[in-house]
Design a protein around this ligand. Structure first.
Ligand code: DQA
Length: 145
């Protein structure tokens, strides 16, 4: 089984980007954490990042048939009907994750176009949000839920 971890715009800058909000870990650090978590739980992992909305649509479509998707769509979370429709179209269980607690931030970050079409949402735990997202997907396998 494969889990696709997909990252949206500006997450390539993690580590130097607003470290007070997003922390010191780089995207490579987040990827290493995800690879450890996935292999411990017996999953293959695909880990990708794009700054481009259409490419993220393609990456979601390419995950069709996968066990699950962990998606940090970054700013597109708050703007993108196209990403929402892609998640709904592929029919793969998805977890929306965010490093920061978006609900403790500006009001425009409180709304997500994705939340209604994902299995669940995890935010506010830094890179551990990804670990929790992968673990939550894995738990649905054990539970058959
Ligand atoms: C983010 C939160 C978004 O509001 C923001 O646009 C990001 C990152 C997070 O992981 O905390 O780029 O998705």
């Amino acid at each position: 089984d494969t889990i696709h971890v997909l990252n949206g715009p500006n997450l390539n800058l993690l580590g130097t980007r607003e470290p007070g909000i997003y922390g010191a870990a780089t995207l490579a650090d987040v990827e290493a954490l995800c690879r450890d978590t996935a292999s411990r739980l017996g999953f293959e992992l695909v880990f990708r990042q794009s700054n481009h909305e259409g490419e993220l649509v393609d990456l979601i479509q390419a995950a069709k048939g996968a066990f699950g998707i962990v998606l940090n769509a970054a700013a597109y979370t708050h703007t993108s009907v196209a990403l929402r429709d892609a998640i709904a179209a592929v029919g793969v269980p998805a977890v929306e994750v965010h490093l920061s607690n978006t609900f403790a931030r500006e009001p425009f970050r409180h709304h997500s176009y994705l939340s209604p079409v994902v299995r669940g949402v995890i935010c506010g735990f830094g890179p551990q949000s990804y670990v929790l997202g992968i673990t939550a997907l894995a738990a649905t396998r054990q539970a058959g839920a």
